[in-house]
Design a protein. Structure first.
Length: 94
């Protein structure tokens, strides 16, 4: 069993507002995923370590979340695709 990087593993997302995009490096991705699930939140992870520009960020997110080919590669389109993903996820959970 791996030792958590931080002792307060039970609540790694407690201080993070909902509906936020944030770089969180103090925790392992799986620990954050588990915490989000236990709190009833969605957790989407995209590795953007190599992004150098806004366009890189949008391209990497689109590729990692397999957005449709009509994705407009702007922040409005990103919002639309992300909320559609969450809406679809909620419908599948029911």
């Amino acid at each position: 069993m791996q030792t958590p990087l931080r002792k307060d593993l039970e609540t790694p997302l407690r201080g993070v507002r909902t509906n936020i995009v944030q770089s969180i490096r103090a925790f392992r991705v799986q620990d954050l995923q588990d915490a989000a699930t236990s709190m009833g939140h969605h957790f989407l992870y995209a590795n953007l370590a190599h992004a150098q520009s806004k366009q890189d960020v949008l391209d990497l997110i689109a590729a990692q979340f397999t957005f449709p080919s009509h994705f407009g590669k702007n922040f409005d389109a990103l919002y639309d695709c992300m909320t559609c993903l969450l809406y679809t996820s909620d419908a599948a959970d029911e």
